[in-house]
Design a protein around this ligand. Structure first.
Ligand code: ATP
Length: 556
């Protein structure tokens, strides 16, 4: 699995993603999509919209405002309970999410270093760790064990009775501290017990080892005041999900589109959450984009529809290139479920930092529509013409992140390989996802006929695909550059194409395939037709049918 730092650096270097406000030192919780990034992310969103709205009979779209009436958030339950458990370090001031503390500790530098000593089994080693300038003193200056090693190691003898049975075979070791020896070796203590001891029974900070505050709920809602005068303005919130815009428009959409159950409303848009621990590049940010569907069904058919959506959404990521082994479904445990949800299944991707959520697919029951009916006083029921009965529809919600999807497709497409002794970095994007579909490259930029022909070809191709012209390096470098940004096809114009004093023009160009690096010669007047085939994934067929002439000049 590729390192996230490599992805961050490629994204910056090639204009996919930049840190927000970088010239002012950056804002860690927001990212800007550059020239290639905006095309790429738009492709992710366009494919989602096409497949979930345009290609289905039972879906329509919506684009609701980001700011909504404050009552919406009361009805939805966000004001009362949309929070994460916050823990702050009383020594270094860093913030943590209580439910993610164990993971943060498992990755913590000081813990990994201390655990190595613990597993070696010597108390003397551990004491050295606490005193060493490069180890405990530097990595965990605020850890109780580092501040008061004698006291803590002495304290550890107190656990002897609890563990001695299990460690009969453990050789006796000297314990540093006022009381002589014990049968307990550090390695015989569980990690959990050891951690409790080294932190003197409080939760240690993964960063400095200091003491953490008790977890307390921190709201994820970002407040705003609408109106020119703060004191008299309307206090509301930047929406933390797009879903509520759909629920409050349920009746408007129903009346105007005459849809019948089951049907869904889709929306793509920005959402904002005051995350405690934004990070891992675009995976967790305070401003992000969601791609959400609220699919309304008759009660009683909800479980079946839920399963259909789980299967469809799981397949969708694979259709556009995510490898089977890197994606999985995870059933949420009862204690993880949102209070209104009957069942929720997460689509997870194997990101560089481990398996993490890409999309949640929840059965939200009839909670939201009923709540909005109750608080707004406007009924949001569905009248069934057949049975002449009013129904409170159930809702299935596939809720995906555009930024997380874009990150997952990018990570999955990234590959490094050796080509003739040199490293080739290639993004094997599905052609529909690639930000640039075709690069038109002149073999010699000083030959005006070549440049003129290449420019003309590029402008022609642009009527159908995003095509770019580049003559700023040698052909080998230009190919590598296009590989690194995932351009599926390069079209090269060379001397043979335009002819010279010795040879008449052959009117053909070279098409090079990004993945196989194979090349074919194609007459310019057939280029568009061939490209149609290639974009549909038919390189192998086109290649085998091509005349396979040796290609002059343009090497892979
Ligand atoms: P997490 O557990 O990772 O915080 P969540 O379960 O709170 O996510 P949902 O409320 O289900 O997330 O939101 C639906 C989708 O929106 C997520 O699957 C994810 O793709 C995206 N998303 C949620 N929060 C963020 C965020 N802070 N940054 C980027 N994308 C996000």
């Amino acid at each position: 699995m590729v390192d996230l730092d490599k992805i961050v650096s490629l994204c910056k270097r090639r204009g996919f993603i930049f840190q927000s406000s970088e010239i002012y030192g950056g804002l860690g919780s927001a990212w800007d999509y550059g020239p290639l990034g905006v095309e790429y992310k738009n492709n992710v969103k366009r494919l989602w919209w096409r497949d979930n709205v345009h290609l289905r009979d039972d879906m329509v779209g919506l684009d609701a405002a980001i700011t909504m009436h404050p009552k919406v958030w009361e009805a939805s339950g966000h004001l009362a309970s949309f929070s994460d458990p916050f823990m702050g370090c009383l020594d270094c001031g860093r913030h943590y999410r209580g439910d993610q503390l164990a993971e943060a500790l498992a990755d913590s530098k000081w813990w990994l270093s201390l655990k190595e000593r613990k597993d070696k089994g010597s108390w003397a080693d551990i004491q050295k760790w606490t005193q060493n300038e490069r180890d405990g003193k530097k990595l965990a200056p605020n850890l109780a064990l580092v501040k008061h090693p004698e006291e803590i190691i002495f304290l550890m003898q107190g656990v002897t009775p609890q563990v001695s049975d299990a460690v009969e075979e453990t050789p006796k070791v000297s314990v540093i501290g006022p009381v002589g020896t014990t049968t307990v070796s550090p390695s015989s203590l569980s990690d959990e017990m050891f951690l409790r001891m080294v932190a003197n029974h409080s939760s240690p900070c993964p960063s400095c080892g200091g003491r953490l505050s008790e977890p307390k709920p921190a709201s994820l809602m970002l407040e705003i005041v609408l109106g020119p005068v703060k004191e008299t303005g309307t206090l509301t919130y930047l929406r933390p999900e797009t879903a509520q815009g759909i629920f409050v428009n349920f009746d408007n959409v129903l009346q105007s589109s005459r849809k019948k159950l089951p049907f869904g409303i889709a929306q793509i848009g920005k959402a904002f959450r005051n995350e405690i621990t934004p990070g891992n590049f675009t995976f967790r940010t305070r401003e992000f984009e969601q791609m959400e569907i609220e699919f309304f069904v008759r009660p009683g058919t909800d479980e079946e529809w839920h399963q259909k959506w789980i299967d469809a959404r799981f397949q969708w990521y694979q259709t556009y290139g995510i490898r089977k082994e890197n994606i999985r479904l995870r059933e949420q445990e009862p204690d993880e479920l949102a209070f209104y949800a009957k069942r929720c299944v997460d689509v997870e991707y194997l990101f560089p930092m481990g398996w993490s959520e890409l999309e949640g697919i929840a059965n939200r029951t009839d909670y939201d529509l009923k709540q909005h009916s109750r608080l707004s006083g406007r009924t949001l029921e569905y009248f069934d013409e057949e049975t002449k009965q009013k129904i409170d529809p159930y809702v299935i919600e596939p809720s995906a992140g555009a930024d997380r999807s874009a990150l997952a497709f990018l990570v999955d497409a990234y590959q490094e390989e050796q080509v003739r002794g040199e490293k080739r970095v290639v993004l094997r994007f599905h052609p529909e996802l690639a930000p640039t579909k075709i690069a038109v490259l002149p073999l010699l930029k000083k030959n005006s006929k070549i440049v003129e022909t290449a420019t003309r070809i590029c402008h022609g191709l642009r009527k159908h695909w995003i095509a770019m012209y580049d003559d700023t390096a040698s052909i080998g470098r230009l190919y590598r550059r296009q590989d690194e940004v995932g351009t599926p096809f390069c079209v090269t114009v060379d001397v043979q194409t335009v002819g010279d004093e010795n040879k008449p023009p052959d009117g053909e160009v070279t098409i090079r395939d990004r993945d196989s690096m194979e090349q074919i010669r194609v007459p310019i007047d057939r280029l568009e037709a061939v490209m149609m085939d290639l974009m549909a994934g038919r390189w192998a067929k086109v290649y085998s049918e091509s005349r396979k002439q040796p290609v002059a000049g343009a090497s892979a």
